[in-house]
Ligand binder design. Structure first.
Ligand code: ADP
Ligand code: RBF
Ligand code: MG
Length: 159
């Protein structure tokens, strides 16, 4: 995929609140400008990479880009599940991510349990793949070294 690795940063907004409540897998949803700035050749689907809230630690992540066919959303979303247990919600904060690999397209499921099982297997795949040297090195990228202000929103790619 030509657009990978893809770096971006933006504010975490509120969604429908289904991730934590219905799936037990919270996903931090990006503000619209981040979604609207995605390159045209970047497929919707499930990706893995690294992510960081504000100036905090860098964690493994999985993310979903698209319309959540199981829920038939009208608005395209970009949702990141950081593989880490946070003490508190972080709505309104800056999230910085790099997408490094593609897992699969988004799909519909006949039950919520099948969706949850699929997401758990995505998480296991992400954890494994991110330990590869070529992916570990992106965690050390300068993109994550810069201290960011909590209000700035910017996009960068191909640096
Ligand atoms: P929403 O529909 O508003 O996105 P979710 O149920 O998906 O609601 O929960 C997402 C929120 O949970 C995030 O915006 C963030 O504040 C919080 N959160 C807590 N832990 C995590 C995590 N490990 N990954 C992503 N978001 C998390
Ligand atoms: N939603 C779907 O409708 N189909 C999917 O195949 C799908 N895969 C996902 C994979 C991952 C790793 C994550 C984090 C989310 C996925 N979702 C998928 C989105 C899910 O429906 C969404 O996070 C919740 O509806 C909460 O917003
Ligand atoms: Mg969410």
């Amino acid at each position: 995929m030509r657009s990978l690795p893809y770096f971006c940063r933006g504010q975490v907004i509120r969604g429908f609140g289904r991730g934590s409540k219905e799936l037990g897998i919270p996903t931090a949803n990006f503000q619209d400008s981040v979604v609207d700035s995605l390159p045209a050749d970047l497929s919707t689907g499930i990706y893995y990479g690294w992510g960081r809230v504000g100036n905090g630690d860098i964690h493994k992540m999985v993310m979903s880009i698209g319309w959540n066919p199981y829920y038939k959303n009208i608005k395209k979303s970009m949702e990141t599940h950081l593989i880490h247990k946070f003490k508190e919600d972080f709505y309104g904060q800056m999230l910085s991510i790099v997408m490094v690999g593609y897992i699969r397209p988004e799909r519909g499921f006949s039950s919520i349990d099948e969706l949850i099982t699929a997401i758990h297997s995505d998480i296991e795949e992400a954890k494994r793949k991110l330990d590869l040297p070529e992916h570990l090195k992106l965690k050390e990228d300068n993109f994550f070294r810069a201290s960011i202000s909590t209000t700035s929103s910017q996009l960068m790619n191909g640096h």
